[in-house]
Design a protein around this ligand. Structure first.
Ligand code: CP
Length: 317
């Protein structure tokens, strides 16, 4: 790795290496995350142009557990409010000797643009871009499934809700397909499903009860109202009535099915509190595994970037 922008095109071997590396950072038998010196002397810079609780904080923790120095730019109080462009903001951070950028942005493709055109010598990690990709969320979801279900063969996984606006759904579908999950289902109303879903090898359901039958994993998604336009969308009450995960509906899945959600959860909109806080919920485990996955991605991208720099300086001399 040099950058980590999307899961599209990444091999099964690479995804497995990320999961194995993340696993190595978790203390055996616990959810505790080890501290290691892999990024000592490096500076990781978090630049979030969109709000975040889990991703920003766990990237900070991941960098600290790798012994890196961490800067988090508060974009709302930065000089972007005085008109400074994304380009100039990042070039200035690069001049402060940042080795890695973790970027979240409302525009799809922002992280790619930065990696290719703004700061190609800094390793860029995508912390979520528009509705395009959230690759570290995809990988922490895969680590959660692997740790709770042992692997991906013979699994049925349902992704439920607002697929249209969800970068998490895209990253999850890509990762599940690459890792060999044989039954990936997406469940939602026609108005919240994108076109082109066949490229992900998924089965589409509009009826929640039908789609949930005998699944091993249920991934619930938030209604992303901030990305919605137009009047075709259901009210929150109507959405819960048709697509909300209640205890009764969860009973249609396998008895040992796990319930996941990337967060933030909207209780009573896409998920009942009794399910979110219940015995089958692994929602908070996902958050912990996110630290280990982000440690894996940061350390692997830094190694790749360092190797590339050495290669470039050798060929120049
Ligand atoms: N899952 C996720 O991206 O959460 P945050 O928006 O809080 O980072």
């Amino acid at each position: 790795l040099r950058h980590f922008l999307s899961l599209d095109g990444l091999s099964r071997e690479l995804l497995t290496e990320i999961l194995d590396t993340a696993d190595s950072f978790l203390e055996v038998g616990t959810r505790a995350v080890k501290k290691v010196p892999l990024l000592r002397g490096k500076t990781v810079c978090n630049v979030f142009f969109e709000n975040s609780t889990r991703t920003r904080t766990t990237f900070e923790m991941a960098a600290q557990r790798l012994s890196a120095d961490v800067i988090t730019l508060n974009v709302s109080t930065s000089s972007t409010s005085k008109g400074e462009t994304l380009f100039d903001t990042l070039r200035n951070l690069e001049a402060m000797a940042a080795d890695m950028f973790v970027i979240r942005h409302a525009d799809s493709g922002a992280a790619h643009f930065i990696a290719e055109h703004v700061c190609p010598d800094v390793a860029v990690i995508n912390g979520g871009d528009g509705r395009h990709a959230h690759p570290t969320q995809g990988m922490l979801d895969m680590l959660t499934i692997r740790r709770h279900k042992g692997g991906f063969e013979n699994l049925s996984v349902a992704i439920v809700g607002d697929i249209l606006h969800s970068r998490v759904a895209r990253s999850d579908m890509l990762a599940l397909r690459t890792l060999g999950c044989p039954d990936i289902r997406v469940i939602g109303p026609k108005t919240l499903l994108p076109t082109g879903l066949e490229q992900y090898g998924v089965r589409v359901f509009h009826d929640l009860a039908e789609g949930l039958r005998d699944v091993d994993v249920v991934i619930m998604l938030r209604l992303q109202r901030e990305r919605m336009q137009g009047g075709l969308l259901p009210s929150q009450g109507e959405f819960y009535r048709l697509y909300g995960l209640s205890t009764a509906r969860l009973a249609l899945a396998r008895p040992d099915a796990i319930v996941m959600h990337p967060g933030p959860i909207n209780r009573g909109v896409e998920i009942e509190s009794a399910v979110a806080d219940g015995a089958q919920s692994v929602i908070l485990n996902q958050v912990t595994y996110g630290i280990a996955v982000r440690m894996a991605v940061l350390s692997m991208a830094m190694s790749g970037q360092t190797a590339q720099r050495q290669l470039t300086s050798e060929s120049a001399s």
